[in-house]
Design a protein around this ligand. Structure first.
Ligand code: GRF
Length: 215
């Protein structure tokens, strides 16, 4: 079995990155983490990746004077240099232009801390509490041109409790993120998923619940 050479793109602490790296340690896991790339030189996750002996790269967006596409061309060049086949965004805090999205159609996935299509964008946990929803969670999806959009691969749900603060809710959601992201990458890297329009089928099968984690 040839493992898919995967890059993880981060901007911060990289806890999802850590979950993906840990999963990829199993010899039967269909993805190998070949690169961790950050747009921020000070991202904590870079140190963690180095501790795991994984190649790291920094493409600092501040060096591109606001030219998003020039930044993405450089990111894309680094991905190509490392012969990357799949990209997993894990807390990568840059809005992508069609340039990078189109270059990686159906080969780039993202994790978002909400049950999409609810609560796209930032401050998802604050907004979930404000709206009074009882079920919240996280979504792994293919990246499409619109932010926090694109075909959904896996969702994981958690309850919202009466005494939740954004922080307590965030840490409950983060635990589910660490479960679903490795599963999603496994499905994608093994070629089990099929994307048709806005839907992803095949990966989890029709009669099991592998595409759903819930309380
Ligand atoms: C996670 O909540 C993820 O869903 C969001 O950004 C956060 C990144 O956290 N996209 P970490 O760096 O993986 O710990």
């Amino acid at each position: 079995m040839s493992r898919k050479r995967t890059a993880i793109l981060i901007s911060g602490r990289g806890s999802n990155m850590g979950a993906l790296i840990s999963a990829s340690m199993a010899p039967s896991y269909p993805a190998e983490i070949a690169l961790v790339l950050s747009n921020r030189p000070d991202a904590k996750g870079l140190e963690r990746a180095e501790e795991f002996g994984i190649a790291t790269a920094v493409v600092d967006h501040k060096e591109f004077s606001g030219d998003r596409e020039a930044f993405e061309r450089q990111v894309d060049a680094v991905l190509k240099d490392h012969r990357i086949e799949l990209v997993a965004l894990a807390g990568f805090m840059r809005i992508l232009t069609p340039y990078l999205v189109n270059a990686w159609t159906n080969r780039m996935i993202n994790i978002h801390p909400a049950l999409l299509p609810s609560f796209k964008g930032l401050a998802t946990h604050e907004r979930a509490i404000e709206e009074g929803v009882k079920l919240h969670g996280a979504t792994v999806h293919y990246v499409s041109a619109e932010m926090d959009d694109g075909p959904i691969i896996i969702q994981g749900a958690v309850p919202v409790l009466d005494n939740d603060t954004p922080d307590t809710l965030a840490s409950r959601v983060l635990q589910v993120e660490h479960q679903i992201y490795p599963k999603a990458l496994e499905l994608v890297a093994s070629g089990k998923t099929r994307v048709s329009g806005t839907r992803v089928t095949g990966g989890a099968g029709q009669h099991d619940t592998a595409s759903l984690v819930w309380p």
